[in-house]
Ligand binder design. Structure first.
Ligand SMILES: [Zn+2]
Length: 440
């Protein structure tokens, strides 16, 4: 990966900070016009969707949205690099097994990087990224994350990355201004803590659960920024991690880089590159339908995400026109369905329970899982009778506030067991029958 295209992308990105909504929307329309013409000409699956809907390209905002399952079902004719789902899955899985983290496939459009999403339930996502797209990604991330923006590149930074797999996407930003150290999540936490302390990073990037575990093992560092990735950042984790430096979060999914922090630490949708339609699902929550206005190798056109967001109603003091995310509430799959006063199930969003359990003093960690139609198990650390009583009281109050009837819900507490190394943590979830594996 060369540094020049990355710097170019970082500079270009600086130009793309919009202060007015009409200017941002005009920019999106310009990008969409060019991009969709190219995509429809090269991706048979996208062209077929327009034909099936009877819509010309100019009416793309009306195209019925696709889901991840539909995306995977048409993968072979959706991507424009001629990669089949079987090839992509084999390449990515082999890379994870051998821990050779530069899985690339030669294609007529140049080398393409293959990755798997780290989702723990449902269907595993697959992504393909071309070289130019990778440079754009790296430039955008660097500019947003480096203290001082792209000017931060004039100083040397030491970046500690805690990742499940040493993603080539992240590694690609390495250059002489930047030193990258990869901390493998499968190694013992005490060892990671010692190495992190000795490395003296200026920037720390990782899933909040892992960073907390490393911090609990006594890692003492002063970084310029701590960046939460891959999991929802809970307020209590953010509070603890602030001992290392200012904490920000990045919202990235298989479907792309979706939101980045501004200089005020607020999360903004990446609207200079991705168009977001936001479907209201009740309770002040929205579900994004994205159209990526840049990615050509694996196009995302009117693609519905599983994540639910809460937007911030006020503009950000930074002045950006890109909308501001108040909370990534979680996956819609993780919402609980518990009986309401009439017996009919009521939806309880994960952040309600996270908020309730974050309020229990002395509770280090927890998981809440719905294990039956009316049963909810709280795994607590530590699991003392006192904390158990308080946790149950907070959860009952949260259920009542969400419109459920706590009297009809069987609640129990158990000690929290450590997660297997490298597993993605979900603090609130609903047990469900295993979704069928993708077998190409
Ligand atoms: Zn802002």
């Amino acid at each position: 990966m060369k540094a020049l295209p990355i710097l170019h992308a970082a500079l270009d990105d600086a130009r793309l900070t919009f202060r007015s909504r009409p200017a941002l929307e005009a920019h999106q329309r310009r990008l969409a016009h060019e991009h969709l013409r190219w995509v429809a000409a090269h991706s048979p699956a996208v062209a077929a969707r327009f034909r099936a809907a009877g819509l010309p390209l100019s009416r793309w905002p009306e195209l019925p949205p696709t889901t991840k399952a539909q995306m995977l079902a048409t993968f072979d004719t959706l991507n424009t690099a001629g990669v089949t789902l079987a090839q992509a899955l084999n390449t990515a899985r082999r890379a994870e097994q051998t821990r050779d983290f530069t899985p690339r496939l030669p294609t007529p459009r140049g080398p393409v990087t293959v990755g798997l999403s780290t989702g723990t339930s449902g269907t595993q996502g697959v992504f393909l990224v071309g070289e130019a797209e990778q440079a754009r990604w790296a430039g955008t991330v660097l500019r947003a994350l480096l203290p001082g923006g792209w000017r931060g590149l004039t100083r040397r930074h030491r970046v500690a990355f805690f990742l499940r797999a040493d993603s080539p996407l992240y590694r690609s930003v390495g250059s002489r201004w930047l030193d990258f150290r990869f901390f493998d999540l499968l190694r013992p936490v005490a060892e990671l803590a010692r190495e992190l302390t000795a490395y003296r990073p200026t920037l720390i990037v990782g899933p909040p659960a892992v960073l907390r575990a490393v911090q609990d093992q006594g890692a003492g560092v002063q970084a310029e920024r701590v960046v939460s990735v891959a999991e929802v950042l809970d307020p209590d984790d953010a509070g603890h991690l602030r001992a290392w430096g200012p904490v920000v979060q990045v919202y990235q999914a298989t479907e792309g880089l979706l939101a980045l922090p501004c200089e005020h630490g607020e999360l903004h949708l990446t609207e200079a590159h991705v168009h977001f339609d936001l479907e209201a699902v009740g309770g002040g929550l929205v579900r994004p339908v994205i159209t990526d206005l840049r990615r050509r190798v694996q196009p995302f056109v009117r693609h519905r995400l599983d994540d639910l967001l809460r937007l911030h109603p006020e503009p950000c003091p930074c002045g950006r026109a890109a909308r501001r995310v108040a909370a990534i509430v979680g996956r819609q799959d993780d919402a609980l369905h518990l009986p309401g006063p009439g017996g009919a199930p009521v939806t309880i969003w994960p952040d309600f329970l996270r908020g309730a359990l974050s309020a229990v003093p002395g509770l280090r960690d927890y998981r809440a899982e719905q294990t039956g139609a009316a049963t909810l198990t709280l795994a607590l650390d530590p699991c003392t009778p006192d904390l158990g009583t308080q946790a149950l009281a907070e959860v009952r109050a949260a259920l009542r506030r969400s419109g459920a009837d706590p009297a009809q819900v069987t609640l129990s507490t158990v000690p929290l067991l450590p997660l297997p190394p490298g597993t993605k943590r979900r603090r609130v979830s609903r047990a469900r029958p295993l979704a069928p594996e993708v077998t190409p």
